[in-house]
Write a protein that binds this ligand. Sequence first.
Ligand code: 3PG
Length: 212
Amino acid sequence: MNKQATIAEVMGAGPVMPVIVIDRLESAVPLARALVDGGVCVLEVTLRTPVALAAIRAIAAAVPEAIVGAGTILNEQDLAAAQAAGARFGVSPGATPSLLRAVRAGGLPFLPGVMTPSDIVAALGEGFSAVKFFPAVPAGGVEMLKAFAGPFPQLRFCPTGGISAANARDFLALPNVDCIGGSWLAPKARVEAGDWAAITALAREAAMLRST
Ligand code: 3PG
């Protein structure tokens, strides 16, 4: 996937998009390699730490098999910084009109965050056909996604928030879900311990979720 990927290609690259928080820049490349080794190549690095942009840059340079994107994009400044760092897609927990317009103008494959029908109508109005449903479990989970399928049959979802290996299959079984997001593939304690083998094992399990 060397050319610019579409959001459909990003969502179709695997069942789980890990939501990653990187506190130490030195962890970025080994963590990305551990996930890729387990068969998970789409990585959402959240813009929640001071080193997040440098981490995206480092992964993009050192792990070409990874499709690294930026998460927690809250405004146009975050969007511009993520693109400059080499993010190949973006994710936001929300969807303000100004952010949606900036995304459309900038052309980065993007998942705006939605939680309500009005959020969805706004995203559809700006031309988005795929969204992050956040926070998925607290906001109604599987039943909410089933309800969305009625009025919004054209919309593809990446539910995120409260999903783990225990409930992942329930979400992946839904016809309007292309992939799910979650932080359970990169637990803070494992990352801090540099336990890359454990993370590769978690990734391997996640990559197989649709086939087992
Ligand atoms: C987030 O943005 O923090 C994600 O939605 C991750 O949620 P999780 O930790 O429940 O997987």
